[in-house]
Design a protein around this ligand. Structure first.
Ligand code: APR
Length: 186
């Protein structure tokens, strides 16, 4: 399944599938602060990308410590088709009054800022925080799509394509509903 909509000179689209086979310049990893890997999309990216990714993550943590929630770093894509992996840490859902929406928006914003600094033209995102971190997908989708659309509207980068790769049809439908709401309000 897929759908898309144009923002400024860029395309924002939704797909179902496995982010590790995407051919975008970078894919975004829903990591944890340790950057040492984990389950979910984090585990899938490290498995598919190989040890070079973890080696760079270890260098980053040795240099600057654990990655705070809402921040992002970039490493090689290793064996992936994508040249880069942007690792970001989304918030753990704690009921919605602990700053989760701002931290989730920051994770997307900081990831796109890094992609812009690298001069990338295409990035793929998973649905950050909606798995192990328990963020309700409908709320996360609205935050994620609004933030990405805002970044593309500002056009301060060479991004021409941002793809949300959703791992199951239900999450796809949730993001599709949020995208429709965003289009209607635009
Ligand atoms: N491709 C795309 N999306 C995927 C893939 C994949 N290969 N595997 C899982 N997902 C989806 C999940 O279905 C969910 O919708 O990614 C979304 C995010 O789920 P998680 O990977 O659990 O990420 P998150 O909720 O942000 O929790 C991060 O989990 O894996 C650990 O180390 C990670 O501690 C961190 C925490």
């Amino acid at each position: 399944m897929e759908s898309s909509f144009c923002v400024n000179k860029s395309r924002l689209s939704l797909e179902t599938g496995d982010i590790t086979v995407q051919e975008t310049d970078a894919i975004v990893n829903a990591a944890n602060s340790s950057l040492m890997g984990g389950g979910g999309v984090d585990g899938a990216i490290h498995r598919a990308g190989g040890p070079a990714i973890l080696a760079e993550c270890k260098q980053i943590v040795a240099r600057q410590g654990p990655l705070p929630t809402g921040k992002a770093v970039i490493t090689t894509g290793g064996n992936l088709k994508s040249r880069f992996v942007i690792h970001t840490v989304g918030p753990v859902w704690r009921g919605g009054n602990q700053g989760e929406p701002c931290l989730l928006a920051s994770a997307y914003r900081e990831s796109l800022k890094l992609a812009g600094e690298k001069g990338l033209s295409s990035v793929a995102f998973p649905s950050i925080s909606t798995g192990a971190y328990g963020y309700p997908a409908d709320r996360a989708a609205r935050v994620a799509l609004a933030q990405v659309a805002d970044c593309l509207n500002k056009g301060q980068n060479r991004l021409r394509e941002v793809i949300f790769v959703l791992h199951d049809p239900h999450t796809f439908e949730v993001y599709q509903t949020a995208l429709n709401e965003l289009c209607l309000s635009a």
